[in-house]
Design a binder for this molecule. Structure first.
Ligand code: UN1
Length: 511
């Protein structure tokens, strides 16, 4: 595709030698070739070599060396580097957003949105670089000062997923960098090109500032690279985004060596629609949540829990809204829904559809794999809606596809119980104009998720808030609020500036 060639050129890469041409020595691959195919048209975009074990060792050494330099750069100066990265991303927003859309398959609008999210986290991190605050405490001992400070951890390993191939990495990397850490990124093997495009941008900024390129390292490859990172005691923190299965493996491996992990795993996000809901606002919120990114966000709306009194009306309105969805090439801005990431994802969509019927559900809008002109990649599917019961095994499971489950309820307590009765706990929302209902929902007896919204959908979180969820979602928090603390180690310091040695707890010890 000619335009994509242009985009790759703008991102500083040649089509067949992506990344290597700009001399990223901290990314080198002597391993197997990973081919990146676009789900948009099924074409091969480029090949990227995987890291071998020798490459891995080299990258770790490069990162360790870089850390020694980077950690003594004052935090606000590190913020200045992140500011420059944000500037570069502003300049490259169109090219990078287009590549995200082409390699991953999300709509162009969402591709641009993803790059905007990267810019937003850069801005956030720049401000944060002057706000890595510790507390001071009053010591019980005279002429003693007690305070805490936050130091960088060292190497942060970032394992990211295909669905947000660049933004989720940037939430981690930008914070880690202002905190003084260096990063090693293992991008999804389904989206290596967008990752290398980012690496190009970062290495350029580092070079311009005479900083070691090992501050930002990348290791393309499969599962084995994730395993090397997780088991490596030289990496104090692994931040991993992806399926619960993957997170469990990473969490166990990191836990075994008593390292830290920050996990952002699957969701099974629900929206509750109460009788007072403003459906004009709710319906687009539901539809965007369920079909945006073809249902492949961890925050996608999977379950819709609707009060019985308005159940039929909501159904009618949803059928009408779904009829207007245009499915097709995501680079065409007229389309709402692009393809799934690959044929394996289409297979999962089909399997889930069968299970829905087997387990007693029925379809309000039927699933269908699209074929014919424009759908040659075989990755385009129809967003579907099924009426189900919450306890069905398939409903309890996160299927990464545009399948929306409808479940009726009678009392709000019951709706909240249904919502919370899944293993995952990422995002949730309620549509209501009743203050008692919304406050109950946000109270301790309400939603058990990391994200709980009122009158907006489950997806599309802003970077200012801490992002993550409970239960099988993994408990990690990334991006805004005080999520930065996960990337630093806290040190408590007590300083005696007197000429005696009083002990704490009034203990007497004389020699
Ligand atoms: C993800 O799907 O892994 O809330 C992240 C959202 C985005 C981030 C999703 N801002 O949809």
């Amino acid at each position: 595709m000619k335009e994509i060639k242009l985009v790759l050129d703008q991102l500083g890469s040649t089509e067949n030698n992506f990344g290597v041409s700009t001399g990223i020595s901290s990314w080198a691959g002597a391993g197997e070739l990973i081919k990146s195919f676009s789900p948009v048209d099924g074409k091969e975009i480029a090949g990227v070599t995987s890291a071998s074990q020798a490459d891995y060792e080299k990258v770790i050494e490069t990162a360790q060396k870089a850390f020694k330099e980077w950690r003594i750069v004052p935090a606000p100066k590190r913020g200045e580097i992140v500011r420059q990265i944000g500037e570069q991303l502003r300049l490259k927003k169109e090219a990078l957003g287009t590549l995200v859309s082409y390699e991953m398959g999300k709509s162009l609008q969402e591709g641009f949105g993803e790059v905007q999210e990267m810019i937003d986290i850069c801005d956030f991190a720049v401000g944060l670089s002057r706000q890595l605050y510790g507390l001071t405490m009053h010591s019980e001992r005279p002429q003693h000062r007690m305070y805490e400070q936050w130091h960088p951890l060292g190497i942060v390993g970032i394992i990211s997923a295909f669905n947000f191939p660049v933004a989720v990495w940037s939430w981690n990397a930008m914070l880690a960098w202002v905190c003084g850490d260096v990063c090693i990124w293992k991008p999804s093997e389904k989206t290596p090109l967008t990752a290398l495009a980012c690496q190009n941008i970062i290495s350029h900024v580092l070079k311009e500032n005479n900083l070691p390129e090992g501050i930002s390292c990348i290791l393309t490859g499969g599962k084995e690279v994730g395993e090397w990172l997780s088991a490596d005691t030289r990496i104090p923190l692994i931040s991993a985004t992806g399926s619960t299965g993957m997170g469990r493996q990473v969490g166990e491996a990191v836990g075994r060596r008593l390292g830290r992990s920050l996990l952002e795993l699957g969701g099974n996000n629900a929206i509750i629609i109460t009788p007072s809901a403003d459906l004009k606002v709710a319906i687009p919120g539901i539809v965007f949540g369920a079909v945006g990114t073809a249902g492949q966000r961890c925050t996608s709306t999977r379950r819709l829990i609707v009060h019985v009194d308005i159940y039929e009306e909501v159904k009618t309105r949803l059928v009408k809204a779904y009829a207007q969805l245009r499915i097709g090439n995501p680079l065409d801005e007229n389309n709402h829904v692009g393809p799934l990431i690959d044929k394996a994802a289409v297979e999962q969509y089909n399997i889930s559809a069968e299970k829905i019927i087997e387990q007693g559900g029925s379809f309000l809008i039927k699933p269908k794999v699209l074929d014919g002109r424009g759908y040659e990649s075989g990755c385009y599917v129809t967003p579907c809606i099924a009426e189900v019961e919450n306890h069905f095994q398939i409903v309890q499971h996160e299927t990464f596809a545009p399948i929306l489950y409808l479940i009726p309820y009678e009392t709000l307590e019951q709706a909240v119980a249904i919502q919370n009765d899944v293993p995952q706990g990422l995002s949730s929302s309620i549509f209501t104009l009743n203050m008692r209902e919304s406050e109950y929902y946000l109270s301790v007896s309400g939603s058990d998720c990391g994200i709980a919204n009122v009158n907006i959908g489950t997806s599309g979180a802003e970077i200012g808030g801490a992002f993550g969820g409970e239960k099988e979602t993994g408990g990690g928090r990334e991006s805004g609020s005080d999520a930065w603390r996960a990337y630093m180690r806290r040190q408590t310091n007590t300083v005696n500036y007197g000429n005696a040695l009083p002990l704490a707890q009034g203990i007497k010890f004389e020699i």
